[in-house]
Ligand binder design. Structure first.
Ligand code: HEC
Ligand code: HEC
Length: 388
């Protein structure tokens, strides 16, 4: 069976699953839903009062809203009818499991390269699939397919407070220090300038506001007013007047996301946890999964460098984007990783150990070092990850 046929079948099966999870699930937030304490999963980053608390609560409701057709849902894009449909595990705003993955496709000459985008771009959604009118050229030419796992949004506002200089300081594209690791920042052109891409599996988007615009359009099919930065759809073909989201709802949802607490440490007391933490550094995991980067309000314990790396084998096939070639992904933050299985961009690793064993290329040394640990040391490292 060709990759395309396999991909299409996977798409159909997964879309069926998605339909069930998406449309049966009803809104979970109402006026009486308690706000979890500040700093706990699903709560605000810091205690909020007054107008700030009210805005955060309103934003959580926008995130939870089941959009209707008469509000502009769909056309041309639709993967689900709310943000919460995908970002819900273990709390609203967090991660999604396999049934919430989204899909991209392109052509790479049966793996021989180079990767090219097909007419209409990489994104396949429920309403804009490979085989719809206007994309006939794509259908048949597509031979490479990528699924993307829904990441947790807990703490994402803090990533925006990390100065660009702190991210760029860890770049080493030509591996001048000879450790085999070649991190590079994804630079995104906005107007006449470049900004560091911080969000998305390929670090394709610079800010939470940009990603909110992108998701509102690409996942829900809702149009937005122009903010001049190039993300999100301004018009679509349904009869609902554009823009379909009002500014106040957008601002509230952004405030909610910017102030969604990072996942707290589990706080286990097993002495193997600090042992695992030390091993995480000594075997080279911390070279890419940097424990903290400086943020405006103090160190941000994200366990990422926010740089692109290639940890996949040479025969890996996937999407290429400008300045993010096939195989390159942003180091995913590991905070909260205990709750976000399955792992890797495509959810192909079921356990944390599976994820480690799939590291190669730039992370080959780290993986080999892991394999050479004693069983007790490996357990300690995994216990540490389970505590993040
Ligand atoms: C169909 C499932 C789905 C829906 C619905 C959805 N998302 Fe996502 N979200 C994803 C996936 C998958 C990614 C990773 C995409 C990528 O990087 O290619 C993602 C990534 C994100 C990110 C970037 C997180 C990071 O750290 O990189 C943000 C922010 C986000 N989504 C916000 C939203 C908002 C806001 C909504 C509602 C307007 C929404 N999403 C609706 C699946 C979904
Ligand atoms: C060269 C940089 C690099 C090194 C070194 C590295 N990683 Fe990673 N790690 C990545 C990248 C990039 C990904 C995402 C790859 C993908 O999704 O295809 C990743 C993914 C992961 C994931 C899955 C996270 C998720 O949310 O899906 C875990 C867990 C992880 N790494 C743990 C480790 C551990 C433990 C080590 C040390 C043995 C390590 N990594 C070493 C770059 C690195």
């Amino acid at each position: 069976m060709s990759i395309l046929r396999r991909g299409t079948r996977l798409l159909t099966i997964t879309l069926a699953a998605l339909t069930i999870s998406t449309f049966v699930g009803a809104e979970v937030i109402d006026d009486d839903t308690p706000v979890p304490p500040a700093g706990t999963p699903g709560g605000p980053t810091v205690p909020l009062t007054g107008a700030d608390l009210e805005q955060w609560i309103r934003g959580r409701k926008v995130f939870d809203r089941d959009w209707r057709l008469d509000q502009g849902l769909g056309t041309p894009e639709l993967n689900a009818d709310s943000c919460r449909s995908c970002h819900h595990h273990p709390v609203i705003g967090a991660a999604g499991q396999l049934d919430t993955n989204v899909f991209r496709f392109g052509a790479d000459n049966n793996g021989n390269g180079p990767f090219v985008d097909l007419p209409g771009g990489q994104i396949a959604s429920k309403l804009r699939r490979v085989d719809v009118p206007g994309r006939e050229d794509a259908n048949g030419a597509a031979d490479v397919f990528e699924v993307r796992q829904t990441p947790s949004l807990l703490g994402i506002g803090l990533l925006e407070t990390i100065p660009e200089s702190a991210i760029l300081a860890n770049e080493d594209p030509f591996d001048t220090d000879g450790d085999g690791v070649r991190g590079v920042a994804r630079m995104i052109a906005i107007g006449g300038a470049f900004e560091v891409g911080r969000y998305g599996w390929k670090a394709q988007i610079p800010t939470v506001s940009d990603f909110l615009r992108d998701a509102v359009s690409e996942e829900i099919g809702i149009t937005l007013p122009d903010d001049g930065r190039g993300f999100g759809l301004l018009t679509d073909s349904d009869p609902v007047p554009d823009p379909e989201i009002v500014d106040a709802d957008f601002d509230d949802a952004l405030f909610f996301l910017m102030n969604l607490a990072p996942p707290p440490r589990a706080g286990g007391t097993d002495p193997a946890i600090p042992q695992g933490e030390a091993l995480f550094s000594t075997i080279g995991c911390a070279t890419c999964h940097i424990p903290t980067l400086p943020g405006a309000g103090g160190p941000v314990p994200l366990y990422s460098d926010l740089l692109l790396h290639d940890i996949h084998p040479a025969e890996f096939r996937g999407m290429a984007e400008p300045d993010a070639p096939v195989g390159m992904y942003r180091t995913p933050p590991l905070w909260g990783v205990r709750d976000t299985s399955p792992y890797l961009h495509d959810g192909s690793a079921t356990t944390l150990e599976d994820a480690i064993l799939r590291h190669g290329d730039e992370a080959l040394n780290a993986r080999t070092n892991y394999e050479q640990l004693t069983a007790g040391e490996q357990d300690a490292l995994l216990l540490f990850l389970e505590d993040l």
